[in-house]
Every structure is written in C-alpha cells, then in structure tokens.
Design a protein around this ligand. Structure first.
Ligand code: 9MR
Length: 457
C-alpha cells in the first residue's frame, strides 16, 4: 500500500528572486497536509449532538495500537459479530455472552455508547434454528430476543432488531423466519425487543437502502405501516456499504423522508470500497464521498450518528468478500489517518490546519564568473519543524550552462535538469540550520540565475 499522499512532504512550486547582484532565492512550498488534530471524530460529532463510532470485533481487542485508536477516537461502538445469534445462542436455549460482553465493557470503559447488532438475521445463524418446526419458531425468536436484549438491558442505546429482511426489488427475503412465521415476524421481533429493553431505540437495518429505490421504498412502507399500527420501531439503519464515486445522490432526501415518518436514522456500517491499490486520486474521491455521507446525515436532525464498519483497512470485511477491492475505511492498515478521515473531521466541524512549510529552502549564488565559466554556491536551509534526514535541490540548466565539478553534494543531470542530493555527511539539518554545496560551471550565454527548488527526503 502506498503511503497516503496527503502527508508526503513535497514541493509544489518554487520561485527564484534575483536580489543584490547574482543572488537568487528558491522558496520551497510544502504541500498542504493536515496537522495532527486537536479533537477527535467522537468529540466533534458530540458537539453536533451526534455520535461517530466504529464497529469492532473481538480478535482486534488484543492489538494495542488498534485499541488505542478505538478507545480514543470514537464515542460509539457497534459489536461487529459477537452479538449475533451464532455466538449468543449457539444451541437452543444455551446463551453465551462472554465475547460480546468484552466489547461492551471496552466501550463502557471508554465512555462509548453501544449499538447492539443484531437480534434477527438470516446470516451467522446456527443451523439448529433452520431446523426448528414452523409452529415453534416465533417462540424461539421471542425467547432469543428476550434473553439477548434482556442481558444487555440498559447497556445498548440502539438495537438492530431485524437485519436485511428485504431483497433488492423490495420483496421480502425468503429467510427461515419469513417462510416459517410469515410477514408478521418483523413486527413480532420489535415487540419482543421493546419488552426486553424498553429504553433501547429499536432499529430496522439494511444495505442498499441508503438512497431512494425499490428496496428503501419497501422499508419506508413498512416503517409507515408500523407507525400506523403502533409497532414499536424507533429508527432505520442505513448500512452504507458504498462504492467509490457512487454515493447515491438521494441519501439526504432518503434520510429526510424516514425522519418525517417519525423515526431516527443512523448510518450504521459505513465503508467506501475501491479497486486496490489505493492512489492519490482514489483517496481524494473517497474523501469526497465520505464527506458527502457525513453532510447528508448532518443535514437532518434525526440522523443521530454514523458508524464505520471498523476503522482500519487492515480489519475490513471487504477484501475477503470482494476480491481486488478494499481500502474502504478512514485509517490505513498501519492506523495512519487517510484523506477520508480528514474529510470526515472537517465535515463534522473540525478545523484541518496545514503543517508549517515543511522541509527546506535553497539559495543559489554566483560567487565568481569569468569568460565561459563561473563558480556558484547553493545554501540549503531547514525551514521545517523537524530535523531533515536528507534534501534534494533541483534547477534547470539554461543557455549552455553545465556543471563541471561539484562538492558537498551528489550531482545527477538528466538533459537540462540538475539534481543535487545531500552528501552522506550533510543531509541532517537541525531546524533552522543550513549547509552549502558549491560547483564550477561553464556557460555559453548570459549565465542566468535559475529558479531552484528544495525538498526534504
Ligand atoms: O463484518 C462482519 C464479518 O466479519 C462477518 O464475516 C460477516 C458475516 O456475514 O458479517 C459482517 O458484518 C455484516 C453485518 O453484520 C451486516 N451487514 C453487512 C456486514 C458486512 O458483511
């Protein structure tokens, strides 16, 4: 994976100004790059009355660099796997909360609210559930919900009560619940969840319902009819597993129409995948896409929060399910913040400042001149905020200029381009410190002073 372009220090432009005799100054201008933030996504979201969270999974809780970010950056956690049926009721009537409890305890220790995920889903369902006779399945569903939501009563702010119950065309997915209980199973699940934890907000959660379309229309109609009938539904989760450059244009409109039905909306599983490897252009598009999603949520008061489906590209579900795709999250595998992170940060109201000009400035001075030849000295100064480990000065040779012999640097010429890197002994410059290199040159013309650029290694 290439280093995120946004943090690379490199030269954008250079100017040369001829002053007093044969003196020229090359000014290195650093690329804008976000400085370390004074806030976190969680704190910024909280200031807007929202949360910004991440899903997490048990294996990663043992990775210290990971938990350092998880525990500090977010104010909400979703249990990514271990509250699912396969973990919580692996055999009929036998409940096990050890793994999910660990995540909930982590969240509590870090002042993070928990979204519970998920009570009724056709995936990660133990085989035994498929074998329950039709006449017993509703009882089994109610018992499961009662035990799981009951165990976490008062500890989760939202429950994804039913997950992914619709097909793309808006018809009901033919799950074991649909086939054996019928259309009514969703309403029954919500009633059971309300009884088990009266304070948790109860959500219906699905993918590809982020914008307006047949599937989100079907969910909309269901919510409308639940509201009419007094079925206890409080929110709709838009998973938002999105594709680079394809954020639906109707996300805000969609959120708004659900809000107008009297339910909250949450972005529950946000990621934006791309063909890998990443590059600067894809990163920039991804940043724009993340920004669009955050803005759509912030535009509607009832959009209460945003959760990324884990935060680091190293722990995303995407590469294993979509071969050749990935890099969908806001931190890279090494927990470095990607441009998408900064876009979210800014959209949430954070101020993204730029580093002070990084690197170095170079000054080119002709110290002696004679017919057909000259001597020049270039001063390299560290104008950045950290010591340099190396530097590179470049300029264009004009009017028959050539470098004949050079000291205190390593010369490479390519046509008219002269590049001088530091010698092994003068690459390290403390902040504000300077060094010089010099050379004997030849010239067939007026020996103009070139524009020089300087970049740190
Ligand atoms: O991230 C989860 C992954 O670890 C599991 O293998 C997968 C199994 O289906 O479920 C993933 O999470 C899903 C979530 O529970 C519901 N929406 C889609 C998510 C990505 O598949």
């Amino acid at each position: 994976m290439p280093a995120p372009a946004g943090r690379a220090r490199h030269v954008l432009a250079a100017t040369a100004v001829a002053v007093a005799g044969a003196l020229a100054v090359g000014t290195a201008v650093a690329a804008p790059s976000p400085a370390e933030a004074g806030s976190t996504l969680g704190r910024l979201a909280a200031a807007k009355g929202r949360y910004f969270g991440s899903a997490t999974d048990n294996p990663t809780l043992d990775n210290a660099p990971y938990t350092a970010v998880l525990g500090s950056e977010f104010n909400q956690i979703t249990v990514g796997n271990t509250q699912k049926w396969q973990y919580t009721e692996p055999s009929r009537g036998q409940f096990d909360f050890t793994q999910a409890d660990r995540i909930v305890a982590f969240a509590q220790a870090h002042d993070q609210v928990v979204r519970g995920h998920t009570l009724v889903w056709h995936n990660q369902l133990p085989d035994w559930v498929n074998d329950v006779p039709a006449g017993e399945l509703l009882g089994v569903v109610r018992n499961h919900i009662s035990a799981v939501a009951g165990h976490y009563r008062g500890q989760v702010v939202h429950w994804d009560v039913v997950n992914e119950a619709f097909e793309e065309d808006g018809t009901r997915r033919q799950t074991v619940f649909q086939q054996k209980i019928g259309d009514g199973y969703i309403a029954e699940a919500f009633k059971a969840a309300r009884a088990a934890d009266p304070h948790a907000k109860l959500y219906y959660n699905d993918y590809n319902i982020d914008g307006i379309g047949a599937k989100s229309d079907a969910v909309y109609e269901m919510v409308k009819s639940f509201k009419r009938q007094g079925i206890p539904i409080d929110g709709v989760g838009l998973q938002a597993h999105l594709i680079l450059g394809q954020v639906p244009s109707t996300v805000e409109q969609n959120i708004r129409r659900f809000a107008e039905l009297g339910v909250d909306v949450a972005i529950t599983e946000l990621d934006i995948r791309m063909r890998t490897p990443r590059d600067a252009a894809k990163d920039a598009q991804q940043a724009q896409d993340y920004r669009a999603v955050v803005n759509a949520c912030l535009a509607v008061t009832r959009c209460v929060g945003i959760t990324v489906w884990d935060f680091s590209d190293g722990y995303s579900w995407i590469p294993s399910v979509f071969p050749g795709e990935g890099a969908a999250l806001i931190y890279d595998e090494n927990f470095a913040k990607k441009p998408a992170y900064w876009a979210v940060y800014e959209a949430l109201g954070g101020t993204v400042t730029t580093d002070p000009p990084a690197g170095c400035a170079a000054t080119y001075r002709v110290t002696a001149q004679w017919h057909g030849g000259f001597q020049a000295e270039v001063t390299v100064r560290n104008t950045g905020t950290t010591a340099t480990t190396g530097w590179t000065v470049r300029w264009t040779l004009a009017q028959g200029q050539a470098v004949r012999s050079l000291w205190n640097g390593v010369l490479a010429t390519n046509g008219q381009e002269a590049t001088v890197r530091n010698a092994p002994y003068n690459g390290r410059l403390a902040v504000g410190a300077a060094t010089t290199f010099g050379f004997i040159g030849s010239s067939t013309g007026t020996n103009p002073v070139p524009a020089v650029t300087c970049a740190t290694a």
